[in-house]
Design a protein around this ligand. Sequence first.
Ligand SMILES: Cc1cc2nc3c(=O)[nH]c(=O)nc-3n(C[C@H](O)[C@H](O)[C@H](O)COP(=O)(O)O)c2cc1C
Length: 205
Amino acid sequence: MIRIALVVGSTRPGRRGTAAARWALDTAAASPAVAGGRASIDILNVADFDLPLLDEPVPAAFGAYAQSHTRRWSQAVAAFDAFVFVTPEYNHSFPAALKNALDYLFAEWQHKVAGFVGYGTSGGIRAVEQLRQVMGELKVADVPTQVALSMFTDFTFTDPTDPTDPGTCTPAPHHAETLTRMLEEIIAWSAALVPLRAEAQPVTS
Ligand SMILES: Cc1cc2nc3c(=O)[nH]c(=O)nc-3n(C[C@H](O)[C@H](O)[C@H](O)COP(=O)(O)O)c2cc1C
């Protein structure tokens, strides 16, 4: 059983990431991977961890955490084998809150697998490209298939002119097919990396 977290990278009040993650959760739950018992899927909200801007004296690679919020975040991330980052695009990148959350940890990400659900006016594609660069340094294997949701066609709003409307995520069917394919890639790579995860140093905090 591969344990997959849907990491909601937006922390903005009224974020549309909640709607995107809910769609991804429901779609994944109905997929052969999860429905067939090969993977589990849960939402991991960065916003729930109240992480301040990085305030650890020692870089995360040393695994010596001074702050209780870091230990809480560490335990949550360490419990998963793979991640689907649900990320908006902010100024052609991913949210600073997500980068901060990534920087807090190191061993907890290593030898795991990532997929992406990007969203924005252009499908969050540039945000995901930048996230892929960070994955390399964290020793995360990122699968090529990615979901790109458009604010214009894949969400429904009560008032489309209201930027605080969190909306619902109502994507075209091909997005569900893409997510399902991505989950299969994640499971295959995550299973292949089990020996490396078994050898890795445990988190020492
Ligand atoms: C600070 C900021 C910058 C943004 N920059 C972009 C951008 O570069 N490209 C894009 O497609 N959408 C951009 N948007 C629009 C967001 O994709 C859209 O508001 C989305 O709902 C944000 O995700 P969230 O609601 O989960 O925070 C930006 C939004 C914000 C708040």
